[in-house]
Design a protein. Structure first.
Length: 238
């Protein structure tokens, strides 16, 4: 009951206030020491605050093996997906690609840009792929999180993955780290205005190496392999 009250009364105030709060430290970091690790800590603060306000809980199965960087891939069912990723991935220094719409909102736009995130136009896949190929973050050890379905699922079912994440991993020579979110559709599906406290589970897979892969045909096969893992990952017992 307490979690339900929290989600109704505190979720949106917490999301707005945390978004406003991180503006200043991200600005200072941008103008001064430009620390990637500091940026990650600020991003995690935002994620932990938003997730706490949702009233949900997380159970994690598996662990992150290897130091990265990775292209992190997960199914996309909820507005809470990014917050959950920021909580679950702990000390992994990662950024994410997002819809251009979010970069048109004042304050949020600067938070996202200074936080190292960037817009990706799903309606122009060639342009998006060029931008993904040009990313410099992997050289600094930064991972990238992508949702290959392109948008949140309307029914909680996993949709076909596009090949952008796999092609990016192959181009930069980094592994794909697959994750499966369960329960997030129940917690905050598209079209709802408030989250519902839910027992969420996250399964982290083994990194899938891209050594020796170099073609779009390879990207197609890798995409199928990643989608198969995400679709068939066993849920964590609640």
């Amino acid at each position: 009951m307490i979690r339900k009250i929290r989600s109704y009364l505190l979720f949106w105030p917490a999301l707005v206030m945390s978004t406003l709060f991180i503006f200043v430290p991200l600005l200072i970091n941008k103008l001064t020491f430009r620390s990637s690790k500091f940026t990650s800590r600020v991003n995690r603060f935002w994620g932990k605050t938003v997730f706490w306000a949702s009233g949900s809980t997380i159970t994690i199965k598996g662990e992150i093996k290897g130091d990265g960087p990775f292209v992190i891939v997960a199914n996309h069912t909820s507005m809470l997906d990014i917050a959950v990723a920021l909580v679950v991935l702990g000390n992994v220094d990662f950024r994410f690609a997002s819809r251009p719409l979010f970069f048109k909102i004042p304050i949020l736009r600067q938070d996202m840009l200074w936080g190292g995130h960037f817009p990706l136009d799903r309606d122009n896949p060639r342009k998006s792929l060029r931008e993904l190929y040009a990313l410099e973050g992997f050289k600094r050890g930064e991972s990238l999180m992508m949702f290959p379905e392109g948008t949140r699922s309307l029914d909680g079912e996993i949709k076909d993955f596009d090949g952008g994440a796999a092609a990016t991993a192959i181009h930069h020579g980094v592994p794909v780290l697959p994750m499966r979110f369960s329960g997030l559709y129940d917690a905050f599906p598209k079209g709802k205005h408030f989250p519902r406290p839910t027992a969420i589970s996250v399964r982290i897979g083994e990194p899938i190496l891209t050594d020796g892969l170099n073609s779009m045909k390879d990207a197609g096969r890798l995409t199928e392999k990643v989608q198969s893992w995400v679709s068939n990952a066993v849920e964590v017992p609640r």
